[in-house]
Every structure is written in structure tokens, then in C-alpha cells.
Design a protein around this ligand. Sequence first.
Ligand code: SF4
Ligand code: SF4
Length: 275
Amino acid sequence: MANDSGISGLRVLCQPDADKSCGACCGLYNYADSSREALVSRLRARSRLFREMVFSKEDLQDYKRMIIGAEDFRKRYEEIYCCEYLGFLDKEEKKVGCLLHPQQNCGNDLRDISFYGRELCAGHLCPSHYFIPNAQVEILVKIIDDWYLYGLCITDIDLVKTYFRLLADKIGAEVKPEAFQNTDLKKIARRYFDWKVDWPFRSPDTNRLGKYYFDGSQYMISHIDYESLGRPISPFNSIFLSLSTVFRSSREIALAEELLSSNLEDFISIYNKLP
Ligand code: SF4
Ligand code: SF4
């Protein structure tokens, strides 16, 4: 939501460059079907309709009625609002964002009509702004040029911070953003973040986003039952939870740990050779 908060001292992560953006807090990933294909066709249809029929505030009610009539609004979490005004901001469909924003409407701010209201939409900064260090944001922006993956990763504080902490522990210093000029290093880190979408041990349960699930009355943090699988708690536990992991055997835990260990080792062997 927030891309014009005007708050200084914080990097605004929502619209970092021309190649990507995030719309997670507008409910982007909260549809029962939040696959890339489903979101692309939803956002494409909205942007097209908005451009065709919205020329002033008076047109917004008709736009809303048509979107609500046409789309499937079943959600993952009922409590999170899925905003009907989130769409693609550009012809190339690289950036998701608010169709009511003044930059999309010749300077007219139409966000008064939104569910959250103009002030909240313009001023909200999600926790990632406070908890992910600037250098790590910079790295993410360098390695991910894809709105779908970017929004999933930039809002997953554990996924980002745990990776860079594990690397820093082995290197003996924080990973430097400049290192990502090296394309091999970029590929290895990108492989890690791609797991947010294609992790082989991901739970097929659609009512789940990262480590949270809804038990019918409240959000719960999911849990991996290592004991019943005869394993100690994994040093990668918080990453596994972020990747919505469900293990069915001790062997699967070992395989998942191997995947992560070799990603870290590959990264470090190249990083340590950099000038
Ligand atoms: S979830 Fe955070 S980064 Fe994404 S649009 Fe909202 S405030 Fe910006
Ligand atoms: S009105 Fe715009 S900023 Fe507000 S929730 Fe909807 S898409 Fe997001």
C-alpha cells in the first residue's frame, strides 16, 4: 500500500524500481488461488477495465460492481482484505500497484473510496521496512526482477534474514550488496529465493502462506514435528517454516537440509574468491 508515505530514514520497499513492485498488503496473495497465472489474469482484467471506464470518481462504483461480479473473491484468510483496486501499473505488467493512486489518475488521488481509506493506504509501512536491514533489501532488489516473487520474499522477514545470517556466520562478515555484480553468486541466491515458489517439500494446503495458518479462530504459527520423525530440530527450521514445509519422513528432512547446505556452500566458495 505505502509508496508515498514521506517517512524519512526508511527505505520504501513497495516500488523499488521499474522492474518490480509489491502489493502484498493490498491482499495480493490472499486469494484462494494465488498462483501466478491466476493473479496475472485477475490484475490484467482489472487494469484493462479501469483504463476503459474510470475517468472520474463517479465511475468507481460501477468499476467495483463489475469486478466483484466477475471475480472469484474466495480467500485464504478471511480477515485480510483483498482490494479490488490492485492492478498492473504498466503496459509490460512488471509492476503491481494501486489503480487509485494519483500517478495513475493524472494527479487525482482516488483512494478515499478504498476499504482502508486514503490515509492508511498512503501511510502504511509493513514490518519488513523496520526489520530487514537496508543492505539485505538492496541485495533482494538486485537479484529479483519479478513482481510475483519479489512480493512473496520481501514480506517474509525470516526467509530473508535467516539466509543472510547463515551466510554471515560462515563468512565472518555481512554479505556485501556489491558482490552481486557476480552473476554466479546472483544465480545461487536467486535459487534460494525461488524456493519460495517451487520448494519441493511445500505443503499443498492452499490455506497457508509461509509459516502462518488459520485454525478457524486465530492465526497460528505452524510447527514441524521433528520428534515424531526421529530428528533434532533443524538449524534451518525457520526457513522450512517460511517455505510452508511439511515433512513426511526423516529422509525428507535430510534431503531438504542437504539442499540448503549446498546452496550455502556454493555461495561461500564463490564469495570467498571475490577480490
Ligand atoms: S507489503 Fe510492505 S513492501 Fe509490500 S506493498 Fe505493502 S508496505 Fe509495501
Ligand atoms: S486502495 Fe490501493 S493502496 Fe489501498 S488497499 Fe487498495 S490497492 Fe492497496
